[in-house]
Write a protein that binds this ligand. Structure first.
Ligand code: GLC
Length: 741
């Protein structure tokens, strides 16, 4: 039996190697036929004329360039029909090299899932992978080969608008989610019809923009870069990410698009990355604005030498590379390397065998109207909701309530629920998007009277609609108030210096509070907002982010207890902007603040506590969980050993529910200072009422290792605190162990 298995394995390996050898041979053969212009064409990417996700650059003879084989890829071309039209043009070129179609399929294509930061709050890796799988099925059926996702930028600054697009502040959670998202997008292997290439972005450090201001400079130690910001990219590459995208920012003085250290040394060197790197929109040309290069020619040199393979929309490669080769300012081998990386992906996607294999209108129609997709979207949307307060146990609401007043500017919105980076398909109406009002209507049916009032706007300070809201509230048994920021107040180029809930909305809450009615507050946002008075005063608060196509159903499921909320915050919520950057895994300093009152000669503000309003990993449930029986298999371990950790969790409340059990470690002493605690593992489990489960974790050397001042990734002997918590501040069980030589 064993002999057969070995033979089979050898044959499979030989076939794969011969297959790979075939692709390499095909690439080399094709490269030999290509003119310099055709090679440079492969490094060129344009956007479609009817959509732009950056400063507009009109290309007058795009069609001819495609016919002449001088374009390698397009973005913002949607649909089997339109991608086919452009592919047909490419097939008129001399060598018939197919176009790659890329798109920002960030959280769904037609079926839209919660914004990525909301999904991160689910801490549910299989569900997150599943949502990317559905996105890939729908996008690939619409002619898309490549999504510019996942965005894996770690971010500790909610002023930055793109916080909505990632997985929050923690490197461990962010790395796990990056891995899951790449697996979801790329499926079993590239070339499967339901798969799209992933693109881990933005490489690197983009989330650490000074002041939280988009596109701003980033300056950090190499140790911080390796310890905090690079691991999610490595996780994405370990998951097989086909591509990466440059970030716009300069990093330690060198723009990412021309950064040899990032691309040549780390990505293509140390990490041996075999995919290709696309610039961000115009980012190669923007090195002129950075003052890093004098002109477009120098920009092209800097980028191609650094290893950026494809130029999105800046024309730097198109306009300069041929001349630079002729002037012997760059070696054609640099262009050949980039072309080969791009051609390899086109072969792997099967586009040379059939350039139209993703442009099938029948498949598109089926994929975009599959009711199963909505069910999956509804489930992860429910899991992304975070219950921040439920002091009087108003929630879950009874289905026998006679009258509910559903008030607020978000209640009847449709498209807004998609949040930023959603795809507004022109020829698809928004009836499939379930508004919050529709979700509640469907949930309560005829049993309950639903009253509506807008109450207020989002930005305008008018109180003109307050009275109507007060009137409907007075007629109701319960008030649900849905407020927050506008959906496009977060996203690209949407940084905000003030992230407070608008004054008019807090004033409306104060007026409604006077009615004495029980009030449930829903906060819709793409970032952590600041709402201190509401958080201190109102007993029931639910963070609903932007939940996608099934928002209304998911919110109704949670409000009425058909889903017991399990979301946990992937970011710290500041009390004031003055605390930012704020994150849980900070260093202790030489004068740690021991409490929130004594600020004398300690690292503290004299006007505000250091702690966040709501901490990383926080989220309530309708039930309660008891943590007990923490056991470690040993109290001392060598770095070639591991410690088995076990504990029990019991559902001690009245509702079945899910809990995210979080394992944190603290390395007490290191050759560089170490965080006061760091997330090193977690498990999301479901428990029926009264049910107890045993949870197991393994502590291995990897979990104890960090980058020292020489950038060596090692563990160091010494004492460790182990904490098991329901959040980063709600530690339920503690123990300690020692790492010995
Ligand atoms: C945008 C974004 C990037 C996106 C690209 C294409 O400027 O920075 O994330 O993928 O351009 O739309």
């Amino acid at each position: 039996m064993k002999k057969i298995a070995t033979t089979t394995l050898l044959l499979a390996f030989f076939f794969a190697f011969s297959q790979q050898k075939t692709i390499d041979q095909k690439i080399d053969a094709l490269l030999k036929q290509m003119t310099l212009e055709e090679k440079i064409g492969q490094l060129n990417q344009y956007s479609g004329d009817n959509a732009a996700t950056g400063p507009i650059t009109i290309h007058l003879n795009k069609i001819n360039e495609i016919k002449n084989g001088q374009l390698g890829s397009m973005l913002n071309i949607l649909g089997a029909k339109y991608t086919r039209q452009y592919q047909e043009l490419a097939m008129q070129s001399r060598l018939k090299i197919p176009l790659l179609f890329g798109q920002d399929v960030i959280h769904g294509y037609k079926t839209t899932f919660p914004i990525p930061l909301a999904e991160a709050a689910s801490w549910d890796l299989p569900e997150i992978e599943q949502s990317c799988r559905i996105a890939a099925i729908e996008a690939s059926a619409s002619g898309i080969h490549w999504t510019f996702a996942p965005m894996v930028d770690i971010v500790r600054d909610p002023r930055w608008g793109r916080v909505m697009e990632g997985a929050g502040e923690d490197t461990y959670l962010g790395s796990k989610i990056a891995y899951a998202r790449v697996k979801g997008f790329q499926g079993k292997k590239l070339g499967d019809l339901n798969s799209v290439m992933a693109c881990a972005k933005h490489f690197a450090g983009y989330g650490a923009a000074v002041g939280g201001r988009d596109y701003n400079s980033v300056d950090m130690s190499e140790r911080m870069l390796w310890e905090t910001y690079l691991p999610p990219f490595k996780a994405a590459i370990d998951a097989g990410a086909a591509t990466l995208m440059n970030s716009f920012n300069d990093l330690n003085g060198i723009p990412a698009s021309g950064n040899n250290y990032l691309i040549r040394d780390i990505l293509k060197g140390k990490w041996n990355f075999k995919g290709f790197v696309v610039s961000d929109w115009g980012s190669i040309g923007e090195m002129i604005n950075h003052g890093y290069v004098k002109d477009s020619k120098e920009a092209a040199i800097a980028a191609i030498i650094a290893g950026t393979d494809m130029d999105m929309e800046s024309n730097s490669y198109r306009n300069n590379l041929a001349q630079l080769v002729k002037e012997k300012k760059i070696n054609v081998s640099l262009i050949d390397e980039a072309v080969k990386r791009i051609l390899r992906k086109k072969f792997e996607l099967g586009l040379f065998d059939d350039p139209f294999r993703y442009c099938n209108s029948e498949r598109e129609k089926d994929a975009l109207n599959n009711p199963e997709h909505a069910k999956i979207a509804r489930k992860i949307a429910s899991k992304s909701i975070v219950l921040l307060k439920n002091e009087q146990h108003i929630l879950p609401l009874s289905k026998n309530i006679k009258t509910i007043a559903f008030i607020g500017p978000m209640v009847k919105l449709k498209r807004a629920n998609h949040g930023f980076w959603a795809i507004d398909l022109k020829d698809v109406d928004s009836t499939y998007i379930v508004s919050q009002w529709e979700g509640l209507e469907k949930k309560v049916g005829k049993n309950t009277q639903l009253l509506y009032a807008k109450g207020c706007g989002i930005e305008d300070e008018s109180k003109a609609d307050f009275q109507e809201a007060i009137d409907v509230a007075n007629q109701a048994d319960v008030v649900i108030l849905s407020i927050g920021e506008r959906w496009n107040m977060s996203g690209e180029a949407k940084s905000k210096s003030n992230i407070h809930l608008s004054e008019v909305q807090e004033n409306l809450i104060k007026e409604l509070q006077k009615t004495g009615k029980p009030i449930v507050i829903l906060i819709n946002a793409g970032r952590p907002l600041i709402f201190n008075w509401t958080a201190d005063t109102m007993p029931t608060i639910v963070y609903t982010w932007w939940l996608g196509s099934e928002a209304g159903n998911a919110i109704a499921d949670v409000l009425f207890g058909d889903y017991n909320p399990s979301g946990k915050l992937p970011m710290s919520f500041p009390r004031e902007e003055g605390q930012i950057p704020i994150y849980y895994n900070h260093f202790n300093t030489g004068r740690p603040a021991q409490n929130e009152t004594n600020t004398n000669y300690v690292s503290a503000y004299i006007d505000l506590p250091n702690s966040p309003k709501f901490p990383f990993g926080f989220g309530l449930s309708y039930t309660t969980f008891q943590y007990a029986d923490l056991k470690l298999s040993k109290q001392k371990m060598k770095n070639d050993e591991s410690i088995e950790v076990s504990l029990t969790i019991k559902n001690t409340g009245k509702f079945a529910g899910e809990e995210v059990v979080q394992l944190y470690l603290r390395d007490k002493v290191g050759s560089v200072v170490r965080p006061i605690l760091e997330l090193k593992d977690f498990k999301k489990i479901n428990l029926e009422v009264g049910e107890t489960k045993t949870i197991k974790f393994t502590i291995d050397n990897q979990k104890l290792s960090f980058y020292n001042s020489k950038l060596e990734f090692n563990s160091e002997p010494g004492d460790f605190d182990l904490m098991i918590g329901s959040s980063s501040t709600d530690i339920r069980l503690r123990d300690n162990f020692e790492l010995i030589n």
